[in-house]
Design a protein around this ligand. Structure first.
Ligand code: SIN
Ligand code: FE2
Length: 203
């Protein structure tokens, strides 16, 4: 797969360095209200290498007992998720082509050793809206295939300020993060990468 699959759109440096820094400040605020938690795989309880939190009316969580799901409150504090920052709502309006606003924003933090295996985003009940993803901090190698497990994949290097959209026939494409390229961005004081994914959950 030489180029990106149909329905995958990459907008390099969508956010200027200045807007990236402002967004990081907003994410820090969100993390203060809704601390990063350690997600665990359903049944096995194996911990994922990323640390997560959310903003929006719904947040994506996972643990051994109850598995993958969306819920309106933080799994540790029980407090409702903070609202989605206006910057992200604006990006969604500009690139999603969807009339309704996002309901969920998953915040993933990757340290230099973290990765994310190939998976589909399919815990939503409506797939008509795309998934819109914003990258901040260190570069990563992002891998994306088709909606069929084990199909061909392509990779793209995502850098700070990039926006990536998984829509149309790629809405259910398998995707993941192979690796983080550490110390490739000065944005985060202690290094690492933040990824924000905006989604509709229900119709
Ligand atoms: C995800 O699939 O939840 C994260 C993708 C990314 O980190 O770019
Ligand atoms: Fe995903």
């Amino acid at each position: 797969m030489p180029t990106l699959p149909e329905g995958v759109r990459h907008f390099p440096l969508y956010l200027s360095p200045q807007r990236q820094a402002a967004l990081v400040d907003e994410i820090r605020q969100i993390v203060q209200e809704a601390p990063l938690f350690v997600p665990a795989m359903p049944r096995t309880g194996k911990e994922m290498s990323v640390r997560m939190t959310n903003c929006g009316e719904l947040g994506w969580v996972t643990d051994r007992e109850r598995g993958y799901r969306y819920q309106p409150t933080h799994p540790v504090t029980g407090v409702p998720w903070p609202p989605i920052p206006e910057t992200l709502l604006g990006i969604w309006r500009d690139v999603s082509g969807h009339e309704k606003p996002p309901q969920a924003c998953l915040v993933n933090f990757y340290d230099e050793k973290a990765r994310m295996g190939l998976h589909q985003d399919r815990d939503e009940t409506d797939f008509s809206a795309p998934v819109v993803s914003v990258s901040l901090g260190d570069d990563c190698r992002f891998r994306v295939g088709t909606a069929k497990r084990g199909g061909a994949t392509a990779s793209v290097r995502l850098a700070s300020g990039d926006v990536l959209v998984l829509g149309g026939q790629s809405r259910l494409a398998y995707h993941g993060v192979d690796r983080i390229y550490s110390q490739t961005s000065p944005l985060l004081k202690n290094g690492g990468r933040i990824n924000l994914t905006l989604r509709r959950v229900t119709a």
